[in-house]
Design a protein around this ligand. Sequence first.
Ligand code: XBP
Ligand code: MG
Length: 256
Amino acid sequence: MLEALIFDVDGTLADTERDGHRPAFNAAFAEAGLDWHWDATLYGELLAVTGGKERLRFYAEGHDREFLRQADAEARIKSLHAAKTRHYLALLEAGGIPLLPGVRRLIEAARDAGLRLAIATTTTPENVTTLLRASLAPDAVSWFEVIGAGDVVPAKKPAPDIYRWVLEELRLPAAACLALEDSGNGLKASLGAGLATLVTESEYSHGHDFAGAVAVLSDLGEPGWPSVVRSGNMHGKAMVDLELLSTWHHEFISKK
Ligand code: XBP
Ligand code: MG
């Protein structure tokens, strides 16, 4: 039986990368007097590495090796990342990033049906709680029993560790849960933990390898706004609902 849904955040709950995390990184660079600037195309390439601090290091390795030769490079990365988080939170608090189609509908339906809810993400914990409060509901943080985020596990996605951590906290086997993801790295992580996974593509994840997902869709859909199906069987439905999730979950478990 399907007992819990585990949501990724960035690209799954909301389109946070291009107009959220990216400008926040750029504001932190400008504030620190660095001549770094991440345009939307470059940012797509940098998303190969999950985690903001990890992404900063990855960029410096390719574009500014001098920066990494400084004795305090690690401390500077930490403080750049703290500044980036501050800018990003301000953007969220201003209500700057709406939820994607179907996200609120599905989360509310899951709550009504008594399904347990959790989060598994590489982003910083405050980024998650602030997005939930600002874009879902003032008390939405309490809707999620477990929030696995940031550095709680050292190995970020595509490693399965964050999903394993969340499953342990929920005290549920992977076979009782379904994950919702948007990226190749995220899907690798959830499949690595043995989870049935629905993929909704995001702007930056178009063309990623989504083999193994129960379905790949444009979004969860809304009444009058059907999901565009890239792969998978919608079983006659125009949008994702709990019945469809249960069907996909059942199909995934029976194939294992
Ligand atoms: C999300 C990320 C994060 C954010 C930045 O990946 O890669 O790194 O871009 O967050 P996923 P922080 O959706 O697969 O979890 O700067 O807070 O690390
Ligand atoms: Mg994501």
